[in-house]
Design a protein around this ligand. Structure first.
Ligand code: DQA
Length: 158
């Protein structure tokens, strides 16, 4: 589990975005690098914070391997964030609870995947999140997160 939040009280941001990482993404860098790339989660999170600064957006990242913890974190985001970028990992394909949590808090959400889930095993082709997300970015490695953050900010800015 990792939390990255480098915003200082003196920094004023237009929007605040929660980046949520689901199960096994704490192992990025070690985990099947041929599929998921060499970047670690800490490297991706640091780059997201930097990108957020250039977009005038506060970025807070959180990873959990536990479905209920992800649901609780989405609920808490209602009071602190304007939108969510989520890579729910395998829960993408199984979790109605995470989908319902996102629907419940009504925060604009962008779904991201490092790999192209549609090029892989059939069980990865269905996402419970896709139909309630603003949109989905899949298949661009770590850049899926960066593109997802940019797309969410553009959506928030209207
Ligand atoms: C993933 C794709 C999922 O199918 C898988 O279970 C993951 C990672 C991706 O980022 O490509 O854990 O969400």
């Amino acid at each position: 589990m990792a939390i990255v939040d480098v915003a200082t009280p003196s920094e004023s941001h237009e929007f605040s975005v929660l980046v949520l990482h689901g199960p096994n993404l704490n192992l990025l860098g070690l985990r099947e690098p041929g599929i998921y790339g060499a970047a670690t989660l800490a490297q991706i999170d640091a780059r997201l914070v930097e990108l957020g600064k250039s977009l005038n957006v506060r970025v807070q990242s959180f990873q959990s391997n536990h479905e209920g913890v992800l649901v609780d974190t989405i609920h808490a985001a209602r009071d602190t964030h304007h939108g969510i970028v989520i890579n729910a990992g395998a829960y993408t394909h199984t979790s109605i609870a995470i989908r319902d949590a996102i629907s419940a808090v009504q925060l604009p959400t962008v779904e991201v995947h490092l790999s192209n889930i549609y090029k892989r095993e059939e069980f990865r082709h269905h996402s419970h999140l896709a139909s309630i997300a603003v949109g989905q970015v899949s298949g661009f490695g770590a850049s899926s997160y960066y593109l997802g953050l940019q797309a969410l900010v553009a959506h928030l800015e209207g």
